[in-house]
Write a protein that binds this ligand. Sequence first.
Ligand code: FS2
Ligand code: SF4
Length: 553
Amino acid sequence: MFCYQCEQTMRTDTLDGCATDKGVCGKDANTSDLQDILIYQIKGIAQYAQLARSIGVIDRAVDDFIQYGFFTTLTNVNFTATRFVNMVQEAARIRDSIKAQYAAAATAQGKPIEEPTGPAQFQPAADMDSILKQESVAVVNKDHELVGEDVNGLRVLITYGMKGVCAYSHHARMLGYQEDEIDAEVERILAYLTTNPTDIEDLLTQALSAGHLNLKVMDLLDRANNGTFGDQEITQVRVTPVAGKAILVSGHDLHDLAQILEQTKDQGINVYTHGEMLPAHAYPGLKKYSHLVGNFGGAWQDQQREFANFPGAIILTSNCIIEPAKIYRQRIFTTGPVGWPGVRHIDNGNYAPLIQAAKALPGFKQDEEAKTITTGFGHKTVLGVADKVVDAVKSGAIEHFFVIGGCDGAKPGRNYYTELADKTPSNTIMLTLGCAKYRFNQNEYGDIGGIPRLLDMGQCNDAHSAIKVAAALANAFECGVNDLPLSLMISWFEQKATAVLLSMLASGVKGIHLGPSLPPYLTPNLLAVLSERFDLRVNHSPAEDLQTALGRA
Ligand code: FS2
Ligand code: SF4
């Protein structure tokens, strides 16, 4: 195996990447190799899908599979090797299907039939052992000695960024939101990667194209969430338990949560959110369920301790799952792209097994004293008080805005974000999003003239909201985004954060602080280019970075 897609990858003097029999996340070598093969195959499907689309053939099931398949390979999503064997076989069937549709349409239109090379021609063997022997064509850095680390790093940056794009797009599709323009661009970029590109400038351009695409996808997901469940509202969320039977829903997928809420109503079960599901409380179409009682726990890396203390059933709807401890292994479920060997998986939208498990468990014996945190500051909420915000900036009451958010992680050094938030001057506003917020979202920061100093904009995909607010402020002040008193301190962990970073770069945002450590595939040369063109910054100490951000360094 070789994998270096996330921040917690093994780093030694001689090797940057997880390359033993198991990754730091717990992903075993077979699963990792099968994921590489699946990614390789999906790029081959994209080659045919792009050809088919060029002559008017669109198969939504193919587009669905491309994006769902990419999603399953994100960090902390799916660890079940047998599911990947099935997906590898399904990928071959889907490739054959779109290939046949393309050939039939080309023949009917009297056009020549093209035969793409590379991944499009891959034929998987019949069983896991034999498939694993085919892995050498698919390993993510297979050409690094041939093309050099910079070219390899950019190819990987695009592939990993596209994993984030596909994950967000899949969530939107779950709510019935899909756009052909997006699917076409996904397939174009994946097919581009099969051409073995080596031109650095071209690769950089395509990386920014992936960022532009992700902007469209985050916008689509925002419309999907708001269109389905109503616009986010400022909402107090209880973070202490209520007596009664309980289900804990983790991950990002609001469609799954809605189904669970519908199927548990009048069943005497309280539903809690966990991790990235916290912002769900702000949507009218979800908060209307009185048995959605609160949020339990914090970010993903604390789940073994927190799930052990949750006396009900638990379900993961997307990343991040980590190895379930024995104490709760019998009461945790997965759904959608998520999987862990031996953990019960629900794939038909019928949550009866989860509900039965919750009923059989004790639940919380008594109420704990009520404590709340606030969420619901999506772009519509914030821009609803834009006049007040603009006046506060003009009067000097607000000196600076910080976006402090992204993905949290398990490695030491993450307290940077707690310290940073705590040290921000009292005349500054913090916008936060993603699971990185749990580093400081229970702290009290007060308000500026009634505007809370900490505004939770939502999930990591709600980086879209932060970009929208920045654009609106720039408009109000008749300046560019980079002229605003605004600093972005982005916490990187996995591939959704990679997609978000590319989106911010594609939006022309400069001076982003990225940390706590940098992606290993950003070589020193690539970092130098990004620093020169985008003023991309690495983290120093919170105090130093604050001084820089405030222009006092
Ligand atoms: Fe957090 Fe994990 Fe949101 Fe990331 S729950 S690190 O995948 O996507 O952010
Ligand atoms: Fe290592 Fe991260 Fe890959 Fe897991 S996802 S194998 S921790 S680089």
